[in-house]
Design a protein around this ligand. Structure first.
Ligand SMILES: *Cc1c(COP(=O)(O)O)cnc(C)c1O
Length: 370
């Protein structure tokens, strides 16, 4: 397939707006390619080596060290490299912390938070303290305005709702331990890990290939996990075994480690944050300059830096937009069916030129069809 690219990309790659799995830094992919058949003289690929081998132990150790320094994770937290996706954590968290007689608060600002509630309800008492469904999940509710139960076992929220494009602009604070699904905005901006009890994130949005789920958990919470859980649901057991109770997702950890190095070399999380603000700003400006041709889905204060969502007047226009954008090498823009319209995912590795190409395309399309 040939494209009228506004600008040639390395390896003839598209501007990939996919919501996940999603675009990765070219330099990390190049290094993975170069090391694919014989990893640094070990004679095997990372895909083929024992997870108990010295080279893999080093890969895992470095990935943890790099992630700790990127996020300034205090030493009172464990970092786990697990499988099962964010979706399995929807179950593990309540299985571990929502036993008889306890309750948890859930803040629902979109589709993923809703799924987290569905899992938690199977385990125990859930108080949904906010649900943005009535206005189709356009906004957050600041934590200061929520009536939270200070005796709850935890408060769960989703820092960035990937489908709706609704993001909490800053780290909330709560009396009960804060549990955050950070799958789609981890490493996109500075966070204060010390505000949280547990942070978890699937790798495939902002860190690396699918298959890895990172869990960051404070030691006092690990100590509260009941005895005799199924081993694969037991964060404490995983922590005691250095994420190697069973075979970890070796390849995904390796590539995520390369992404962490890339991030370190490009200004860390602060550098990513500055770039992400600029990229999202370019696309939101195109929405705001369109005189209503494009309607942003999220309320301004909740606009996501990672997933920019907007709608057009009708399905015909939306379909024409997606099709013509694709022909220009702007790929993966169709919104989730629950929101409709367009979703432009602009994760860390997505280039600024791609955001500019989209904004140019948006103004040309609006001029032609407005
Ligand atoms: C993608 C996503 C999930 C689901 O992740 P899986 O790894 O597929 O389970 C959960 N929460 C958020 C915020 C997401 O973006």
């Amino acid at each position: 397939m040939t494209h009228n690219r506004p600008m040639a990309q390395p390896y003839d790659r598209l501007f990939n707006f996919s919501a996940g799995p999603s675009t990765l830094p070219v330099s990390a992919l190049e290094q993975a390619r170069d090391e694919l058949l014989n990893f640094r003289g070990s004679g095997t690929s990372v895909m083929e080596m024992s997870h108990r081998s010295a080279p893999f132990e080093a890969i895992l150790g470095e990935a943890e060290t790099d992630l700790r320094s990127l996020l300034s994770i205090p030493s009172s937290y464990k970092v786990l490299f697990l499988q099962g996706g964010a979706s399995l954590q929807f179950s593990i968290v309540p299985i571990a912390f929502l036993g008889e007689g306890s309750e948890a608060d859930y803040v629902v600002t979109g589709a993923w938070g809703k799924k987290a509630v569905e899992s938690a309800k199977l385990e125990g008492k859930v108080n949904v303290v906010f649900d943005g469904k009535a206005d189709n999940y356009r906004d957050i509710k600041p934590f200061e305005e929520l009536s939270l139960n200070p005796n709850a076992s935890y408060v769960h929220f989703t820092s960035n709702e990937t489908i709706q494009g609704v993001e909490y602009p800053a780290d909330p604070v709560s009396a009960a331990p804060l549990v955050c699904d950070m799958s789609s905005d981890i490493l996109s901006r500075p966070v204060k890990i010390e505000n949280y009890g547990i942070v978890y994130a699937g790798a495939q949005k902002n860190m690396g290939p699918a298959g890895l789920t990172v869990v960051i958990i404070r030691d006092d919470l690990l100590a509260k996990i009941p005895q005799n859980l199924h081993p694969m649901l037991d964060y404490r057991l995983q922590a005691e075994n250095g994420s190697m109770y069973n075979t970890p997702p070796c390849w995904s950890i390796y590539v995520s480690g390369l992404v962490y190095k890339h991030l370190h070399a490009t200004g860390g999380v602060e550098g990513a944050f500055a770039r992400n603000q600029e990229k999202a700003g370019v696309v939101y400006s195109a929405i705001d300059a369109s005189n209503g041709f494009y309607k942003g889905h999220a309320a301004c204060r909740a606009r996501s830096l990672m997933n920019v969502t907007f709608t057009l007047a009708n399905d015909d226009l939306t379909n024409a937009f997606v099709k013509q954008a694709e022909a220009e090498g702007l790929d993966g823009l169709k919104g989730h069916r629950s929101v409709g319209g367009i979703r432009a995912s602009l994760y860390n590795a997505f280039p600024l030129e791609g955001a500019k190409a989209l904004a140019d395309f948006m103004s040309a399309f609006a001029a032609k069809n407005g």
